[in-house]
Write a protein that binds this ligand. Sequence first.
Ligand code: SAM
Length: 289
Amino acid sequence: WTFAYDSPIAITALLKEEELSMSKKFGQNFLISRAVREKIVALLDVQQAQTVWEVGPGIGAITSLLLEKGTKVTAFEIDHGFCRILSEQAFADELSFRLIAGDALKTLPLTLGQEGAPDRLCGNLPYNVGSVVIAKVLESDYRPPVMVFTLQKEVVDRLCASPDSKDWSSFSMLAQMDYEVKPAFSISSGSFYPPPKVTSSTVVFTLRPQSLVPSQLRHLFLLVIRDLFAQRRKTAKNNLLSGKIAAQVGKEGVEELLRRSGVDASKRAEALVWSDFIALSESLSSYQA
Ligand code: SAM
């Protein structure tokens, strides 16, 4: 099966023949620039025989390049029509290709739990699905060494934000606790068919040799960042008092946690530093013990 992935005419003809149409709901915009697809694959830095999981393969524009590199690809696709094209036409004879049909928000965490992390994870996803998929992987116990995602630029800005910027949030901390997260390049809407209204950008996650958060505190740290950033305008203390932690330890418990940790919670969460969040997680772990 050779297919002109760069040609809107070929794409339209295939979809017509298969009686399919592109769905806005699933954020379907195909990457028609081979140069951009090759750049994405280069960022993944794959070696032959490595396992690559691709979320939202569409009809296989990036998948085909990954298979050319000799990798074993597992693709997670929600659109039944595209699934049919992938398994019956595009990669019907390809032993290194596996398709997991369905909503990746469900199938990806399940597969991670069953098989552990792949060598590489990538996806060119609508932003609402993309940020949830990324959060689910980051919150899991499994970490692929390299991940490359193409997302709406605003989501990439939040993932890569530095502590002093307006985009800094619990999502940035979640992303950066285990990974170095770097924007790679932006992609003009003309590189997609049909062209999306938003600007897209590609982001690379490289696993840190050592997490910024001690592994025994990981789960509590996730609770702490979520509570402290819940409402940006509130102080860290007020956020803590109305969050999940307070629901477990009570108001007095929160006061006690703050005293023990030595963190000045009269500031907003964005003014606190990594060690403050870790100190709070440590106090919480000894409080529960
Ligand atoms: N990778 C292809 C490309 O670059 O040309 C297609 C990218 S397109 C922006 C997004 C793809 O994600 C579509 O194929 C869409 O059907 C799929 N998708 C959207 N939501 C999904 C979900 N929840 N689970 C799995 N796939 C999803």
